[in-house]
Design a protein around this ligand. Structure first.
Ligand code: ADP
Length: 884
């Protein structure tokens, strides 16, 4: 019976009787047969049209613009990551809707990375027709009953069991364990389930049944299970394709492309729900009279038109309708039908698969047809095989066009030239009919030559994948708990922040009085902020960490213009007894200015003389903070506070002279350099400090010092994050528990990474790139957790900074006995300026803690240079006024 060979393999080139479009036709058949089989022919152009049109509807549905008669649904599944491979434990899986009129229960043991694969135990229960079409509660009670019956036979106790629910119908999911049925398909039509949460219904039924303590952790459909259960191939397995009773696919889409999710990070598995493709009429010209007849007689006429050309529930029926047609026209069975052939559902998927199987043998086909009470003639066997092949080939080619649309979508959204990807396949059509896959594969290659696709058959019919999703959900929940526990100390509530504000206030008062305090509250001898009338040319020196700049600052009626020159500081100057050099430079700087500032030089000398003991960097910081206030003050006379949040942090503000014990005089004001980085060095921040702060402090060059600064400024935030990441890795929450050498390196995690990671505009891919640069290979869950760590650390920093600012502005308000204070703050520092949320969090905290102050934040430009010049300019103005 060699002649059967080519039928099952209709694509072999050069096989006689094989049309160009891959559709076999018998060489010796009548016009009628040819005409009939011709209808099942789908040309390459038509396949390309389907591919394009499906891709178009997918993109519309993703964008949320699908019309009501939408072609496909694109439902997000809340499965956000493919498995780690570390998943382990025992899981119960309940499958409904994956395999026709039956329900399957599985016991799946996942072994993690080390273990071998264990075959799941499973049991299949046939769902009686009256249950498939009866009240919903009855169906779920039946499911609960099957679960108990299955578990009774296993050596499991009544301990809590974790269940994954595989529910393969179109659903609106709103969480991993919340899913509302949109409409029944595949021959189910129970009342009272559409529009309801199926997890809820199952939980209720399990509770009613009462036999086992089962937690329904996750609900997925069979495509997701198929994808998740798959071992990765050449590329990652990010597509699931199922052809069983019905057909559907899912794939990993960028979350930001899924309009309904309102989520711009990570990926999410989207169920295409392509069974309903064509319900809006686009398949029109491709539908045969048999498709129309089948649709009319189905449970859901007009719906799932694409599925009805591909799904296993319908293939047998299509074949039956063709056979009836040909028999009634005298081409088959001597022109006779039989009652069996005329009744719906008498030819099933397995019959078609068997009859079309090239190795089945004519005798078997003969027997099957005879079982239907047919009068089988000599040529009938071959003709029937052709009919089966035609129906099957069309199904596989249509399915390939749909898959090609998904692949094009992936390639487009990943912006890859060549997409390397594995597709997990599952369902009885693949299992029972090997040529379905080969036709599919060949057609996909034809339609998407730019994709390198490997097809991987699913194991355990997707049950393992459902267990995987359940395990991932359970793991994520456990990890989330650990993450939240770790970050909780960083989340400061209103009371805690108000306490910081109050402590700061107390330390300020003590410092001003000259009492023991962690705030030194240094007088700066700057007695006024600019009023805008300052004029002249000034030279200023700006000392940074590695450079110093000489600036020529021109203050004119038109504004401030700066010319500068940068010099690097020789090491012997920077590290020797360099302070004197600086004083000289300062002095020189000021004496070179052509203003009559002799007394200012003196004042500065005096001021600097008082601070002989102060280290070099403090001198520079003083100038930063005051300079920032002064430079902003030139534009806005209400600017009476200066704030720096860069490598370090500090603040200054205009205090009433009467409150400054160190300086004589009772009237007027003076700018006080708070040196607030040291706030808390007396232990007052103890309760807020976490073990991560302690580690950062321990490893720093000045342990026990600059407590406030170490929780706020750029020099430390990256380090705090790094210590948290190390801790979470040691708990196995991050990076699959794998410590890397690089992450153990001090200062490897830059504070600028926080800005980049927290920036809204960056996709997770870029976050990933930053971390992968550090040698960390991470999943999208990892990336999201790293983001949360960064957010917690920078939020605490901004809030503490805000609490400090609130203490300052409230003090100014009370000093002046005002009901309400309107004040501006000049701010400088790269962390403040470049972090995407820092500045707004500071402002929000100040609003919350100092509601009676109306605070405007001004970012200074070139604060140190311009500010230093303005300090001089103001002093000149004051001196001149004094002489007049
Ligand atoms: P400095 O405070 O040393 O005078 P900056 O105000 O420029 O100078 O601050 C530099 C510090 O800012 C760096 O040490 C770094 O910690 C931090 N930083 C640099 N780039 C960024 C960024 N993009 N986002 C947040 N912080 C940053």
């Amino acid at each position: 019976m060699d002649s059967i060979g080519p039928i099952g393999l209709p694509h072999r080139e050069g096989v006689p009787g094989c049309s160009q479009e891959g559709l076999p036709y018998p060489s010796n058949s009548s016009e009628l047969v040819l005409e009939c089989l011709q209808q099942f022919k789908v040309t390459e152009t038509q396949l390309q049209q389907i591919q394009a049109s499906l891709l178009d509807s997918m993109e519309q549905a993703l964008g949320g613009q699908a019309s009501p008669a939408s072609a496909v649904r694109m439902l997000p599944t809340y499965v956000g990551s493919i498995p780690h491979g570390t998943e382990q434990g025992d899981f119960v899986v309940l499958e409904l809707g994956a395999t026709g009129a039956s329900l399957r229960v599985l016991w799946v043991t996942l072994m993690g990375t080390g273990g071998h694969r264990m075959e799941p135990r499973s049991q299949e229960f046939v769902i009686p027709p009256e249950v498939m079409l009866g009240p919903g509660q009855q169906l779920f009670d039946f499911a609960a009953h099957c679960l108990s019956e299955f578990l009774d036979a296993l050596p499991v106790g009544k301990q809590g069991l974790q269940l994954g629910f595989s529910f393969s119908f179109p659903c609106h999911q709103t969480g991993l364990d919340r899913s509302t049925l949109i409409s029944w398909t595949k021959g189910f039509r129970c009342s009272g389930v559409e529009g309801h949460d199926v997890v809820h219904l199952l939980r209720d039924a399990i509770k009613r049944h009462g036999a086992y303590n089962i937690d329904v952790v996750a609900v997925v459909n069979d495509t997701v299970g198929t994808m998740m259960g798959c071992e990765p191939g050449v590329g990652p397995c990010e597509v699931g394709l199922v052809v069983d009773t019905g057909t559907n696919a899912c794939y990993m889409e960028e979350a930001r492309h899924v309009a309904v999710l309102d989520e711009d990070r990570g990926r999410v598995c989207v169920s295409v729900e392509w069974g309903s493709f064509g319900d809006d009429g686009v398949l029109g010209p491709m539908l045969t009279i048999f498709d129309h007849a089948l649709d009319r007689e189905s449970l859901n006429p007009g719906a799932q038109r694409f599925e009805k050309m591909i799904g296993g529930l319908y293939l047998g029926e299509l074949v039956r309708l063709v056979l009836v047609h040909l028999a009634q026209r005298g081409v088959l069975f001597g022109g006779c039908t039989s009652p069996a052939l005329l009744s719906r559902g008498s030819i099933l998927l397995e019959h078609v698969a068997e009859m079309e199987d090239p190795w089945a043998g004519a005798a078997r086909v003969h027997a099957l047809l005879q079982d239907l009470g047919l009068n089988v003639g000599a040529s009938d066997v071959e003709l029937v095989q052709y009919v089966c092949a035609a129906v099957f080939t069309r199904a596989a080619r249509l399915c390939a066009a749909a898959l090609a649309a998904v692949l094009s979508r992936l390639q487009h959204s990943r912006e890859q030239q060549i997409l390397q990807i594995a597709v997990a396949t599952g369902g009885r059509v693949f299992e029972q009919h090997p040529s379905f896959l080969s036709i599919l594969q060949e057609t996909v290659m034809l339609l998407t030559p730019e994709c390198d696709v490997s097809f991987i058959p699913s194991v355990d019919g997707g049950g393992r994948g459902v267990a995987m999703v359940t395990a991932v959900a359970a793991r994520l929940a456990a990890h989330r708990h650990l993450l939240e526990e770790t970050l909780a100390p960083f989340q400061l509530n209103h009371e805690q922040l108000a306490a910081v504000q109050a402590q700061m206030r107390e330390a300020m008062v003590k410092g001003l009085r000259g009492e023991a305090s962690s705030l030194r509250m240094l007088p700066t001898y700057v007695r006024a902020t600019p009023d805008g009338s300052e004029r002249g040319d000034f030279l200023a020196l700006d000392l940074g960490g590695t450079n110093f700049r000489v600036l020529l600052v021109r203050v004119t009626a038109e504004g401030v213009k700066i010319t500068n020159q940068i010099y690097s500081i020789p090491e012997n100057v920077a590290q020797g007894s360099g302070q004197q050099g600086i004083l000289l430079n300062w002095t020189k700087g000021f004496s070179a200015s052509d203003c009559e500032g002799q007394d200012i030089v003196c004042l500065l000398r005096e001021a600097i003389g008082r601070r002989q003991a102060v280290e070099l960097n403090v001198v520079a910081i003083v100038n930063d903070t005051v300079g920032t206030m002064m430079s902003c003050g030139y534009e806005d006379p209400r600017c009476e506070v200066g704030l720096i949040v860069g490598t370090g942090t500090n603040a200054c503000y205009m205090e009433e002279l009467r409150n400054v014990a160190a300086v004589a005089g009772d009237s007027g004001q003076m700018c006080i350099n708070m040196e607030w980085g040291a706030f808390g060095d007396d232990g007052s921040l103890g309760l807020l400090r976490t073990c991560f702060d302690a580690s950062v402090d321990q490893a720093s060059i000045n342990p026990g010092k600059q407590s406030f600064e170490k929780m706020i400024s750029g020099m430390y935030l990256g380090e705090i994050v790094r210590h948290i990441l190390l801790h979470l890795t040691s708990l196995g929450v991050l990076f699959r528990g794998q410590q890397t050498q690089r992450l153990q390196t001090r200062d490897i995690f830059k504070t600028k990474f926080l800005s980049e990671i927290e920036s809204d505009s960056l996709a997770l891919r870029q976050v990933r790139a930053i971390l992968e640069d550090l040698g960390l290979s991470l999943t999208s869950d990892d990336a999201l957790m790293v983001l949360e760590v960064c957010q917690a650390v920078s939020q605490r920093a901004a809030q503490l900074c805000g609490a400090g600012v609130a203490a300052v502005v409230e003090k100014i308000r009370e000093n002046r006995g005002l009901e309400e204070l309107t004040v501006s703050i000049g701010v400088d520092g790269t962390l403040y300026k470049l972090h995407p949320h820092f500045s707004s969090l500071v402002a929000a905290t100040v609003r919350e803690l100092a509601p009676r102050c109306v605070v405007t934040f001004l970012q200074s430009e070139d604060g140190s240079g311009k500010g230093a010049a303005l300090v001089t300019a103001v002093a000149c103005r004051l001196a001149q006024m004094a002489r007049v």
